[in-house]
Ligand binder design. Structure first.
Ligand code: CO8
Length: 257
């Protein structure tokens, strides 16, 4: 597929999408968002892909929504053009998505990164929600996800007062999985994705769905979702193979069925 604002490649069983608007600090215009989610949807359907990595460049993961594109918009246009809804497409991706973040992850860039399933950051990564400085608030889920991930006081400070988190702070507060030197962050993200992609595909899918339920529901509802995802795995060849391989002291050969 020929995209103009993202680059795609498959390495091993990992689908990689690179945001590619360096002249605009990878700000998300409508085209880049559409191409990003089309690429992720295609990888999601591709049996040769087990996990995905989304990255930017060393200076910027993404500096948010494209301010120039929306500067003159009315509320009516913001609604009818469906730009805000585009961000929700990340919730439809069933395979694990890892954000490999270096440099700025601001506004929608931070919101997209925290919508992914895991984040591997370079030492230079910086996370922030500067919308308040341009007279708006986050619209891609930042108020909800940061409050859940970081708690109220820090989410308030980031969103109300443009507090930026360094990579070290993001690690300390549990926003990212690991911080890696600049020259290795992308390889580290791909290695993590490759490891996850080597595991039983259906169980990975059920695990992601179950963990996400923890952010959507009460404990009782979430536990029901976990059970709904747990029992059907006993009808898969991979469950039989996984347990047999354990007993026979060998590596399992996953079939994804
Ligand atoms: N939108 C459009 N262009 C941008 C953006 C952006 N978000 N960020 C940077 N650029 C452009 C600059 O305008 C500049 O272009 P030009 O060379 O034509 O002047 C180019 O990228 C390089 O940027 P700088 O010269 O500013 O580079 P610096 O290294 O000095 O600064 C920063 C880098 C700190 C990243 C700075 O560019 C900046 O602060 N950017 C804006 C960050 C921001 O406010 N983000 C929030 C945007 S709003 C948002 O994300 C809301 C999400 C809501 C989701 C739903 C919406 C539909």
């Amino acid at each position: 597929m020929a995209y103009t604002t993202v680059l795609t490649e498959i390495r091993g069983r990992v689908g990689i999408v690179t945001l590619n608007r360096p002249q605009a600090m990878n700000a998300f215009n409508t085209l880049m968002l559409t191409e990003l989610f089309d690429a992720l949807d295609n990888f999601d359907k591709d049996e040769n892909v087990g996990a995905m990595v989304v990255t930017g460049n060393e200076k910027a993961f993404a500096a948010g929504a494209d301010i120039k594109e929306m500067a003159e918009s009315s509320p009516f246009q913001m609604i009818t053009q469906g730009r805000v809804e585009l961000w929700d497409r990340i919730r439809g991706i069933k395979k694990p998505v890892i954000a490999a973040v270096s440099g700025w992850a601001l506004g929608g860039g931070c919101e997209f990164a925290i919508s992914c399933d895991m984040i591997v950051a370079s030492e230079s990564a910086k996370f922030g929600q500067p919308e308040i400085t341009i007279g708006i608030i986050p619209g891609g889920g930042g108020t909800q996800r940061l409050a859940r991930l970081l708690g109220k006081p820090l989410a308030m400070e980031m969103i109300l007062n443009n507090r930026t988190l360094t990579a070290a702070e993001a690690l300390q507060f549990g926003l990212v999985n690991r911080v890696v030197p600049l020259d290795g962050y992308l390889d580290a993200a791909i290695a993590l994705a490759e490891e996850i992609a080597s595991r039983a595909p259906l169980a990975i899918r059920m695990a992601k769905d179950s963990i996400n339920a923890a952010f959507e529901s009460t404990l009782t509802e979430g536990l029901k979702t976990e059970k709904r995802n747990f029992y059907p795995l006993f009808s898969t060849e991979d469950q039989k193979e996984g347990m047999k391989a354990f007993i026979e002291k060998r590596k399992p050969d996953w079939k994804g069925r």
